[in-house]
Write a protein that binds this ligand. Structure first.
Ligand code: BF8
Ligand code: SF4
Length: 638
């Protein structure tokens, strides 16, 4: 029998705990078991001082000063740590930006009239974007405008323009800082390729120079690849508006064919939602005894669908194996990123079919259905049919769906937030000036089995809203906070008096779901809009970022572009940099002077809240607004 006390330490949620107990009973391995099997993990790697960038290595530097202090080539700890971090940033930025490129390519094909299942759902946004990109819109058909916009955006990936198309959104003081430091992003692919070049043996042997290019690389993601992904997704799938939805494993329905959509890219999942309503497929499901077809989301593909269509969410990163353990999931459809290779192993213990869809992301043991936007709807139907057929193999005796769902609200695009404010940031600025809202914090990022699932997100968020700080969430954090009941208008009662008053007046929750991880760009856009409205730099605003449970290289890129954009960011998991005190000092102290923001690492979410609140009050003071002391005792508040 599984030990429940031990299981309770792994996740704060009952649905996860119930499935973890089942995994133990049935002897099915999960991410937590594999983490235990890896102990002790390599200390050199954890501190960032191991290198295998060439065949003279692998090398490692002894962080305690006794063993070798240089790799075979002569690289010291500073160079090795900076190179490793630079490569992580490039991998994360590439993941986001390649996702952006995939969206852009389908957008271009749509504009050329070559797709099936796609349309321009937000023509107003298309026109606004086109004007921003200096494309003629007057008296022109949307498809014509889309063609020109697609061509212009393609150029952002290359090197010929030397300036990103969205650069105009950045406050001018910030662009001047970037230019002075030589870190203005020139082209998306260019910065990423250059990072790989610089970190090859014998190229950039100055850690400061490498890390500055790390900032530049991340900016090509935040203000480039990710921003293109968000904005074009809005044009093609609709700009999110507030929508009611539900979350947790209770989103699965025993009486229905259950299909989970997992990964990041809305390109295919959006057409799958259309296909699931196909009367023929619904009839097929009914003929097999199901009441209908139920779609649920996982991770950021789930966020994309929840934001735009209110599709219920089964869970975040650490729920991807546990959802299979319900025995009620007939198909898991995956695109790419954050999909554990283990899902096919767990699925084998049940009747679930795993369907991979991206040619660049195949899974041994999965059924591959190659995505092709020219046959989008047909492929969507094919995938739903596979799910319906798998339902016929479901064993009802093995179905265990643990919980009732929790209600949550999603859909807070910048357009929706400004809409709720009457079309201008002014009311938000006024609420901040009056001190009703002390500031705003983006709580974002992943789960990581090294800490209790969702404890970091939920505790930090609760502490912030209690202290009148508006919280903006994306990615797995949004799902965590939704499950904790923090994301309904009624959750305003959890907030401090000032924030609660503002939320009630506007009918919004104190924690706003802004989307998937590429949608962190929405937070950048909102921050820039506030800064531009006030005529200040982003770094002067009472803002912060936090990634309490991050695991992924994408999160490294996000954290870096958030800091490079001028926003103080607190990480809950230690990055692999502590083998170089010089790199730590640069990122946690010196960056503040050159870029107006820095990183901090604080695993305890209560202490992280204190760090953030102090930062917000200091920024308020510098702006001449009322400010107060943050008591240290808040860190341990109940
Ligand atoms: O892009 S928050 S675990 S699912 S990396 Fe992944 Fe992290 Fe979740 Fe979305 Ni983002
Ligand atoms: Fe070793 Fe230098 Fe090669 Fe890295 S690049 S493996 S430190 S020799």
């Amino acid at each position: 029998m599984a030990n429940r006390t031990d299981i309770d330490r792994l996740s704060i949620h009952e649905d996860a705990r119930a499935m973890l107990a089942r995994a133990r009973e049935d002897g099915i391995d999960t991410v937590w078991d594999r983490l235990a099997a890896q102990q002790p993990q390599c200390g050199y790697c954890a501190m960032g001082v191991s290198c295998r960038n060439c065949a003279m290595g692998p090398c490692r530097v002894d962080p305690f000063g006794e063993g070798p202090q240089k790799g075979v080539c002569g690289a010291n700890a500073d160079v090795i740590v900076a190179r490793n971090l630079g490569r992580s940033i490039a991998a994360g930025a590439s993941a986001h930006s390649d996702h952006g490129r995939d969206i852009l390519e389908v957008f271009a094909e749509l504009a050329a009239g070559e797709t099936s299942g796609y349309e321009l759902r937000d023509v107003e946004k298309l026109r606004a974007l086109a004007s921003e990109w200096q494309i003629e819109t007057e008296d022109r058909e949307p498809m014509e405008i889309a063609r020109d916009l697609a061509a212009a955006m393609m150029e952002d990936f290359g090197t010929r323009k030397n300036r990103l198309g969205f650069a105009g959104r950045v406050p001018s003081v910030r662009t001047e800082r970037w230019a002075a430091l030589g870190i203005s992003p020139r082209g998306i692919d260019r910065e990423n390729v250059e990072m790989l070049h610089r970190t090859h043996m014998g190229v950039d042997n100055d850690y400061v120079n490498t890390l500055l290019h790390g900032l530049r690389t991340s900016l090509s993601d935040g203000w480039g690849g990710s921003m293109i992904a968000t904005e074009l997704s809005d044009v093609m799938f609709g700009t999110p508006a507030p929508v009611a939805s539900r979350v947790n494993l209770g989103a699965l329905r025993p009486e229905c064919v259950n299909i989970a959509l997992h990964g990041h890219n809305p390109l295919l999942s959006d057409v799958i939602v259309q296909a699931a309503a196909d009367p023929e497929l619904v009839a097929q499901a009914r003929s097999l005894g199901a009441e209908g077809i139920n779609l649920v989301g996982l991770c950021c593909t789930g966020n994309e669908l929840q934001m735009r269509q209110g599709v219920p969410m089964a869970g975040n990163h650490l729920m991807q194996e546990l959802v299979l353990l319900t025995g009620a999931l007939d198909a898991m459809v995956v695109d790419y990123q954050c999909i554990m290779p283990s899902v096919t192993d767990v699925a084998k213990c049940f009747h679930t079919v795993v369907i991979s869809t991206a040619d660049k992301a195949k899974f041994t043991g999965a059924t591959h259905v190659s995505f092709d936007p020219r046959r989008g709807l047909e492929i969507g139907r094919q995938i739903i049919r596979l799910g319906v057929e798998a339902y016929a193999n479901r064993n009802p005796d093995r179905v265990r769906i643990p919980d009732e769902t929790v209600e949550m609200m999603a859909g807070f695009s910048v357009e929706a937030i400004l809409g709720a404010l009457g079309g201008t940031p002014e009311p938000l600025v006024e609420a901040i000036k009056a001190g009703k809202i002390r500031g705003a914090v983006g709580v974002v990022g992943c789960n990581n089995p090294k800490i209790q699932q969702d404890h970091g997100h939920v505790t930090l968020t609760r502490r912030l809203i209690e202290n009148d700080v508006l919280v903006l969430v994306t990615g797995c954090s949004a799902i965590a906070n939704g499950k904790a009941g923090q994301m309904m208008p009624a959750s305003a009662d959890m907030a401090g008096p000032g924030l609660s008053e503002v939320c009630k007046a506007l009918g919004i929750p104190p924690v706003l779901h802004m989307g998937s991880c590429v949608d962190n760009t929405r937070i950048l856009v909102l921050a820039a809009a506030l800064a531009n409205h006030l005529g200040v730099d982003i770094s002067q605003l009472p803002l912060a970022g936090a990634a309490p449970e991050w695991y992924s290289e994408k999160a490294v890129s996000i954290g870096t572009y958030v800091v490079a954009s001028g926003i103080f960011t607190v990480l809950g998991i230690q990055p692999a940099i502590f083998g170089s005190p010089a790199v730590v000092k640069l990122l946690a102290e010196d960056l503040d002077e050159v870029i107006g923001a820095r990183f901090a690492v604080e695993p305890d979410p209560g202490k992280a809240a204190v760090l953030i609140l102090k930062h917000i009050e200091a920024k308020r003071e510098a702006l001449g607004l009322d400010h107060h002391e943050t008591p240290e005792s808040l860190a341990t508040a109940a």
